[in-house]
Design a protein around this ligand. Structure first.
Ligand code: MN
Length: 502
């Protein structure tokens, strides 16, 4: 069965928990605790007669997010009551924004395949309060934890512009990075700081209508959302093929264990919520000067940083994307490069002005640094399950290690060994090189004996090489490296082997 007959329509609704000290409409701490109902007060517990008070910091953060996604900040907005009955909502309504959200419009440009730009329009961002958390215990009791009740949320709704599961994942990752760069939210999906619902429907190619959609809820990672959407596309394609396309909008949950979506309920539409203006809060009127000031406050965004780093260090989009995923990694990269530039200027000063030296070497330096971070450091992080921000060595140490490689004082095998020690214990790579006796031997006299022995021990490989098999030589070089514990410069070993065989 092919999906090519159908166009996939995907829209996302993303809730971000804002990084404020207190909750959206009261002074209770906006935080998490193992102890239930620790951060509560009569307002977020929904006691009758209490009055909400708007958290200005939440408004500032929501606005900052709106600016970062190129949205139009609304100067006249208000809050509304969204009425529904559920035990996680003691007031019987959620304070949200209905027809006057703080942000209208906007877009993100993403690169799902690292090459082709995809423009995804944003419909709106509104502010609202979170509901409490229900916990179901082993005895069949349902318990309510109000720590989360009233926590400040920004809800971002995209236009139905997304066409593939991968685009949805990349959009979510991009928004997550933006939220972290500008500090509006930790956007940690596993902790529920970022929650995504995906709306999916299909239509025959060429058809302009929108058909009833499925809303996938409660997915706690960008990877799972991608999988859930893929599953849902396959499921709906099958229904269309059987002439049983969905007739009503439904909500489905993602069951990670089984890898399927499961129907939960048919969805209310806006009329069921009986939205009306929140009478206990005055309209929110903004000053355009305040918005202008916030625009100036906005730091460099992930997209800008990727573009700048691409140009400054001649990196590919792919490499820039990986380095910029976490500001800490991008900073480490740039601090390492800055150390290396200082070193270049002292060692290559005879070549001319600093600008010229940098221009000549930046691509090589950029690639070397990128390669060592994304393959070697990442490998060690993966092995130990550590986070980049906890590494024990400084950009200065790391730059020094790279100069040893750059100057061919060590080969990459020795470099990896030194990095492993730096990773485990911290410390100065030159000292580690000396204490572990890893400095490369380029003195051919010293390795002459080893080369002769390797040739004698591998007569068939030697004759393979003589018969034109280039790979045979690689094997012999490998044997020399092994015998000398990686201390030999591979180029020197290659030269010596060739000379001796011929
Ligand atoms: Mn919402």
């Amino acid at each position: 069965m092919s999906t090519a007959k159908y166009e996939v329509i995907i829209g996302l609704e993303i809730h971000l928990r804002l990084n404020t000290k207190s909750k959206m409409f009261c002074g209770s701490t906006n935080g998490e605790s193992e102890t239930p109902n620790l951060y509560t007060c009569p307002i977020c517990l929904g006691h009758p007669g209490t009055l909400p008070q708007l958290n200005k910091e939440a408004v500032r953060l929501g606005t900052l997010l709106g600016i970062a996604v190129h949205g139009e900040i609304q100067l006249n907005t208000k809050f509304d009551r969204k009425n529904y009955f559920y035990p996680d909502l003691p007031k019987g309504y959620q304070i949200s924004q209905y027809d006057q959200p703080i942000v209208k419009g906007g877009f993100l440009e993403i690169f799902p395949d690292d090459i082709t730009p995809k423009h995804v329009r944003i419909e709106r961002i509104h502010l609202e309060e979170d509901a409490a958390k229900l916990k179901h215990d082993a005895q069949g009791n349902s318990l309510v934890d109000f720590n989360r009740a009233g926590a400040p949320l920004a809800e971002l709704v995209t236009c139905p512009d997304i066409r593939t599961a991968a685009e949805a994942r990349v959009f979510i990752q991009e928004l997550q990075q933006i939220a972290r760069y500008i500090g509006v939210s930790d956007a940690d999906m596993e902790k529920g700081h970022m929650r995504c619902d995906a709306n999916i429907s299909l239509r025959p190619i060429g058809d302009e209508a929108l058909y009833p959609k499925t809303e996938i809820k409660n997915v706690n990672s960008a990877r799972y959302i991608e999988k859930a959407i893929e599953y849902e596309i396959a499921r709906q394609t099958e229904l269309w093929e059987k002439h049983e396309a969905p007739q009503v909008t439904t909500t489905r949950g993602w069951d990670e264990k089984r890898g399927v979506t499961v129907e939960q309920r048919t969805k209310e539409d806006a009329a069921d919520y009986r939205y009306f203006p929140e009478p206990d809060l005055p309209p929110l009127v903004r000053d355009s000067k305040e918005i202008d000031a916030l625009m100036k406050e906005l730091p460099e965004l992930p997209a800008q940083r990727r573009e700048r780093m691409k140009q400054e260090y001649e990196l590919s989009y792919h490499d820039a994307r990986i380095l910029c995923a976490e500001p800490f990694i991008a900073n480490f990269f740039e601090e390492t490069i800055s150390e290396l530039r200082g070193w270049l200027n002292t060692t290559h000063g005879e070549e001319g002005a600093e600008k010229e030296i940098w221009k000549t070497h930046r691509q090589k330096i950029g690639r070397l640094t990128n390669g060592w971070i994304t393959s070697e450091v990442f490998k060690l992080l993966k092995e130990t399950g550590q986070d980049f921000s906890t590494i024990k060595f400084t950009p200065e140490n790391f730059a020094e290690l790279l100069t040893l490689v750059f100057e061919k004082r060590i080969n990459s095998t020795a470099g990896q060994k030194i990095l492993r020690v730096m990773f485990a214990e911290g410390g100065d790579p030159s000292v580690i090189m000396q204490t572990h006796n890893l400095e490369q031997t380029s003195d051919s006299g010293e390795i002459d004996g080893v080369v002769t022995r390797i040739i004698e021990e591998n007569p068939s490989v030697v004759s393979d090489f003589k018969n034109g098999k280039e790979k045979a030589l690689m094997f012999l070089v490998g044997q020399v490296m092994k015998a000398t514990k990686g201390k030999v410069n591979p180029e020197v070993a290659t030269q010596l082997l060739k000379a001796k065989i011929q």
